[in-house]
Write a protein that binds this ligand. Sequence first.
Ligand code: VG1
Ligand code: CO
Length: 667
Amino acid sequence: MFDKLLFWRQCKTFHTFSDRDRLLPHSCEARSMSVAIASAPSSQLSSHHAIHCSLLVRSLITDLRVMAREDGNVKIAPDILIFQAKCHSAKCNHEYRSKIPNSAIALFEKFTVANARSGTITYSMNILEVSTTPFTDQKPGTSGLRKAVKVFQQPHYLENFVQSIFDSLEGCQGQTLALGGDGRYYNTKAIQIILKMAAANGFSRIKVGHRGILSTPATSCIIRQYKTLGGIILSASHNPGGVDGDFGVKYNTGNGGPAPEKVTEAIYARSKTIDRYKILDAPDIDLDTLGESRLGEMTVEVIDSVQDYQKLMESLFDFDRIRQFLTSGKRICIDSMHAVTGPYARAIFEQSLGAPQGTVVNGTPLEDFGGGHPDPNLVYAHDLVEILFGDNAPDFGAASDGDGDRNMILGKHFFVTPSDSLAVLTANAKLVPGYASGLAGVARSMPTSQAADRVAAKLGIDCYETPTGWKFFGNLLDAGKATLCGEESFGTGSNHIREKDGLWAVLFWLNILAVRQQSVEHIVREHWQTYGRNYYSRHDYEGVDSDRANTLMEKLRSVAPTLKGKRYGQYEVEYGDDFSYTDPIDGSISSKQGVRIGFVDGSRIVFRLSGTGTQGATLRVYFESYEGDSSKQDLEVQQALAEPIAIAQEVAQIREYTGMSKPTVIT
Ligand code: VG1
Ligand code: CO
């Protein structure tokens, strides 16, 4: 008759039972229930207490049967098993708590064994099984589930998604999980919920970042180093934070990388049918103190957020050489944008590498990132841009994003596009100890410029083109086919972890600068002379009406294949298609990854809709043109791309569909 077994152990007094939400989280109201008040042998509950308890609960549950078995041997399956209670009869005021965990557990084990019924889930003592109904919008995007904080704060929203993750795993029993986030608003609240859910779902250990802080790359490092089942990262990355900002949840698998599509699809499918989740009824864990504590049967280990990551960096880069560089009069400025990399950057650049205090700016993670977009580009990291383009500018500047996986690299009065950065790192990798023996291959997302392809061709290594999103690099890295990876969206990384890594890219650059003793600008210009320059820009149209954006894309999808051979000024279309990717390792196919128009001279225009936004749609248009003549490599970028920009307008009628006369962000 009963499909739910609920246990409470946490109730400090019976008063808690008047809190209906807590006592009867879900559908048990007004249903027949039997209640067992079980007592550990050494702390027996008399029938007097039992009867009194029954009166208190009776108002909430019909047809209540109470069993107080003083021998602790419960023979029939009750719906509620109370392990803690306080009697409020005037004279007695006896407090009963099963504070003797061993005997209580022994009792419980007896109970479950005695009542094991096929089809019923068994519960440990203080696990609540909460009935819920699905939300229809929990489809993970390019990088996890991102929604407004207010959406995540709805009752059961976070819990449903987390349970959907757990239900999609092969089994959580006895497993270890890494957990942390970028420090944005709701981070610690969500961590407390997830810890209790993990305990209720059978995990045996969680490694959680100190104060809830773990950057995305550091989490990937922890997962790999301690061979955990996977990890949960709480971040909406470059999206703004705060009460009115965004929040996000990403699941990473045992290789340390973002869950591949087949996993995110399973999570989404589960979220559409979910009808219950499990959560431990227990007090919050102290996240401010390093060390271990218990949550039910699970060990929570609060770990130093920086240590393991820093060690990994020390194993890849020549810290002595970079230290020399940084203490010999060179100046750098690292902007953590009030997001997660602050503690990492201070430990690495200021404490370990000897850069003066103050090198790291905006280094304290704030819940709202100081009100800004923690997105390291020329628009949102304008404070840093002003410093690097101002008088008396430092030699090198870098910024990172909300969760620390993106980077922007600047030289004195010079901006390095992320696509060029990948190409320069590829060309100079042998100067860095971790990559001295050469690269297996390089991979870039489809809209990223083809600058890296040219380097790969010269080095005689493979270059792979994947859809947007780091999850597509995972198989290539695992199979040893690619060593470096990059995206035009300010993401660069390598096989040292399975995420893009902002500070890793900064250290890579500093290592190159320390070895070559040339300026950033010199290195990039020389690179262009050798390989040619791929002019590159991305235009974003944010907050577009979703239907209109989808129509624009649909139209493009049908028009693109018809454009072959068509001429626009000096440009002749070589191909037009919607990018589809077949993973070379597992053969999985990802289609509709962006409409491409490629020209005979190698120039390209790419259109796609963002999969990380939370309001309306964001149209991204990517432009690339190649210039091999070194006398023409110094044009202003938007000017150099003026023709492709006009062609994009003509083909896609961007103004008409978006209602915008110009992009909201140009990078
Ligand atoms: C954007 C970028 C993509 C990146 C993703 C996650 O996705 O274009 O390259 O991998 O963000 O980055 P989209 O779907 O909005 O274009 V992060 O640092 O925000 O996790
Ligand atoms: Co990010």
